[in-house]
Ligand binder design. Structure first.
Ligand SMILES: [Zn+2]
Length: 69
């Protein structure tokens, strides 16, 4: 069993504001980078080549806060 992918939740600041979970008001998040399929990127009208977006999963309730840039 490997723990190389173990992650610890941390506080996140976006554009100078601390990110707070919209569901439970939690302030600790697991940070992931989600790769967007280029086809999905087209559907979402993302006119750019870097098809990845940050995702912050609340450590308390697992609500996923996903940002498209
Ligand atoms: Zn939460």
């Amino acid at each position: 069993m490997s723990n190389t992918n173990e992650k610890r939740p941390r506080s996140v600041t976006l554009k100078g504001n601390p990110l707070v979970c919209t569901m439970c008001k939690g302030d600790r998040f697991y940070v992931e980078t989600v790769k967007i399929d280029p086809m999905v990127g087209q559907i979402l009208n993302l006119n750019r080549s870097d098809v990845s977006a940050p995702s912050y999963v609340c450590a308390k309730c697992k609500h996923d806060h996903w940002f498209l840039g």
